[in-house]
Design a protein around this ligand. Structure first.
Ligand code: MRU
Length: 347
């Protein structure tokens, strides 16, 4: 298996694979500056819900490593400011806030010295990283039970290793099914405007020799109507207690089409993607730069330069269109509110 390390802690430095450069260049970037890392999340050099959570945790760890003072209270206030900075990088994926809440809990603890607090912060960031890879492997195991030998699985955007600390969520399920010997095929949607499907999902699957066919987003209805899709597996940026799945723009369209064609539609996500508190109306759907739609990857202008554009990065799939939610703790099915509440109950 090709072992992609999208983001790594190098003891006081963070290294990541710049996903904006893929599939043309495998460019790794390194920094010891948390602001550079925050910018990498904003510009989507690092993207995907679990990956941005891990990156933000590493950002706090970078700030902790850099601090040269001796006053614990001052150190805490510096770290809380950095947490606040990362909370403003991207608004929709809840894993970011989940990771920042964990870091904040650690920062607010009792410490006898700056060194003690620094060590705790770095340890927590590494724990978030390690847990993510382990959780994704567990997701893969749970989800691949839903895949039969010979299936063609359609996926959207990139919910792969490149969207996590490694292995991936929806692509983790596909990986697990493939390596357990099931002869499957994948259809990847290109995912306009940032082309995560065409650039990243295809790159990952090709590296491992998992058969993949690329389609443009507007071909989904056609391939489904022709019986070419057995199941849909997508990732998620936030799942509400009600079972609403917030994921890359276009996911809702896929879910409606899957429902119409009676094709099972699964979301795959760690429980850190479940937001048990927000109401639907509280969720902020990120609106990105209109030029992402007017141009192809900032280069080729495909329309009139000043045309009005909307560019929501995510959409919301209602629970009745979701056949199941694959988590590391098992598959959740309807009724979602009841089953999610039960799943999240501390044991
Ligand atoms: O805008 P992006 O590329 O960060 O959006 C990513 C997605 O929507 C993924 O499908 C989602 O984060 C799940 S990734 C494991």
């Amino acid at each position: 298996m090709f072992n992609i390390k999208p983001i790594e802690w190098l003891g006081g430095r963070v290294r990541w694979l710049n996903t904006l450069k893929l599939p043309w260049d495998e460019e790794y970037v390194e920094t010891e500056d948390y602001e550079r890392l925050a910018k990498a999340i904003e510009t989507m050099e690092i993207r995907g819900a679990p990956a941005i959570g891990v990156a933000a945790a590493f950002g706090i760890a970078l700030a902790a490593t850099k601090y040269e003072g001796v006053d614990v209270l001052e150190f805490k206030s510096v770290l809380l400011k950095v947490i606040n900075r990362f909370s403003r990088t991207r608004p929709t994926a809840v894993n970011l806030f989940w990771a920042l809440n964990r870091m904040e809990r650690v920062v607010r603890g009792d410490y006898a010295s700056v060194d003690e607090l620094r060590e705790s912060v770095v340890r927590e960031a590494l724990r978030i990283y390690d847990e993510d890879v382990r959780t994704n492997k567990a997701l893969g195991e749970v989800g691949s039970e839903l895949i039969n030998d010979g299936d063609t699985v359609l996926t959207h955007c990139n919910a792969g290793a490149l969207a996590t600390a490694g292995y991936g969520t929806a692509l983790g399920v596909i990986r697990h099914a493939w390596y357990s010997g099931k002869k499957i095929k994948v259809i990847a949607t290109e995912t306009r405007p940032m082309l995560q499907g065409a650039r990243l999902t295809v790159w990952e699957l090709k590296k491992e020799g998992i058969p993949v066919t690329l389609i443009s987003d507007n071909m989904v209805g056609y391939v489904m109507s022709k019986g070419l899709v057995s199941k849909v597996f997508v990732g998620a940026d936030r799942i509400l207690r009600t079972g609403h799945v917030i994921n890359k723009i276009g996911t809702y369209t896929l879910a409606v089409l899957a429902h119409y064609h009676k094709i099972p539609f699964y979301a795959v996500a760690p429980t850190s993607t479940i937001d048990p508190v927000s109401r639907l109306e509280d969720v902020v759907i990120e609106e990105r730069n209109p030029d992402e739609v007017r141009k192809i990857l900032g280069k080729l202008l495909i329309t009139i330069p000043d045309v009005d554009v909307i560019n929501p990065a995510f959409d919301i799939t209602p629970p009745h269109l979701v056949s199941g939610i694959v988590t590391e703790k098992g598959l959740i099915t309807q009724p979602y509110e009841e089953n999610i509440t039960r799943l999240l109950k501390p044991t």
